[in-house]
Every structure is written in C-alpha cells, then in structure tokens.
Design a protein around this ligand. Sequence first.
Ligand code: SF4
Length: 285
Amino acid sequence: MISQQMVEEEIFRLFKEAVIKLPEDVKKALEHAYAIEDDETALLNLKAIQDNIKAAEDMEIPICQDTGLPIIFIKMGDVEIENFQEGIANGIIKATHEIPLRPNVVDPLTRENTDINTGRFIPQVDIELVDSQTLEMTVFPKGFGSENNNSLKMALPGEGTEGIKQFVLETVLAAGGKPCPPIVVGVGVGGSSDMALKLAKKALLREIGEHHPEERMASLEKEMLEMVNATGIGPMGLGGKTTALDVKIEYADTHTAGLPIGVCIQCWAARRATGVLKGENNKKG
Ligand code: SF4
C-alpha cells in the first residue's frame, strides 16, 4: 500500500525540485545555445537566463514568478494507493504555502483565485496504466506565457508531412518572443483533437536531445528544429541562432479522414521532475 502521506510528501518534493532546479538536459542545452551564439543581444539574454537559473538554485527559490498550472503525468502500475486524489491535492497545497508557488488557479469566468493551486479538475492529471509494481509521477508545472501560444489544426489527410511542418512553423512565428524563447516545441500528430494536444505535451517529457525512437519521426524532429531556428526569433524574441532547444514529436494512429496536429510550446523554464513510489513492504495490499 502507498499511503496518502507518501503521495503528499512526494508531490511536495517533486514540485519543489521542478520549480527551483531545471533538469540537467535543459541546462546543458541552454549552455550549448550560449556556446554557439555570436549575436550580442542573444548572448546577453542567454547569460541572464543562466544567471537566473543559478540564483534560483543558490537561493532555493522558484526559477520564474509564474510557477505554472499544476499538471501531473502518472504511470500507474499494479499498486494500491490510499486517498490518492487527496494526497496529490494536499501535496500541492503544501507546496503552494511552503515553497511557495504563486497561486495561479482561478475560476475561468469570475477569475476568483482558489489561492491553493487546486480547483475544479485541477491539478490536471493524466494517468497511463502500465505493467509494473510502482507508481511513477512526473510533475509538469506549465507556465502560461508559453501555454497561451499552443495551437490545434484538424488538417486534411492530404496535407501530410508538409502540412505538419507548415503548421508548426506558423505556430512558432505567431508566438514570436511571447513564450520566452529558447522554446521546446512539442508536436502531437494523430488521434483525435484532444489527443493530438495531449501528445504534444507528453512529447515534452522526453529529454532535450532524446529523439523519437522511430527514425522517420526522429529525422522530422531534426528537420523541424532547423526550420524553427532558421526563423531567427532567438532568445527572448530579440534575434539569434537558438529559437528552440528541441522539437519533440509524439504520434498516435488516427481516423482515415483526418490528420490532427497539436503544437505545445514550452518556454526555456522547461520544468519537470519525476519520482517513483513503491508500496510499503514492496507489495500490493
Ligand atoms: S513563459 Fe516560462 S519563463 Fe516566461 S514567464 Fe512564463 S513560466 Fe516564466
């Protein structure tokens, strides 16, 4: 049995790690962007980002004032969990008070803030069932400076790969400097409309530089990364070589009459943290 307290503590720990310390792959990609840059303004912006990352780690404070909307991706094996929903919610509330996280969760119409970063259907939780004896949770606090630039197209099947590339480019150009570049671009292809966007977000869970296992998708990722960086939008939208640190594709099979394309834009503060819990006594029950 995984106790409610274990879930609460793990969710708190993961949010704390995610909002204060960027994953190593993201930091390395930003360092690489600095190393290959020769535009002075871009260098200044990349240096400011690196100073920001270091200050957050040294002072143990969040990397950005927008600590995001709480999103959690779960891989659930054959485990028994005590009061799972309450455990997650309590972990987020504790994180909101103690880290602290900015209270971001509001009623969509009245804009009244819940003040605790939980609310109706929030945290947004995605559960994937897996054959294991563990519970894996990845917290993904998503800033809305980037999220507001996401896009969905229900393309026609004939638009094919060229249509996907064109839509990604249109979305990146429309976003410009708004999502705090260098960005990571998640592209979801197939499924239905909501699934395409979910796949785009899930693609962002892969490490920077880790390509899709299928060669045809990996080469499309590389091609689209070059295409996005050729826009010259650059760090913070002020020009430079690196507009995107990476492009990630995830796909599902789809209906014969459609080609859903979801694009999810992630800012440089690409925060995520993963932890795995096993039941006490390491067995179910
Ligand atoms: S887009 Fe990202 S870096 Fe920019 S303000 Fe939002 S969370 Fe912070």
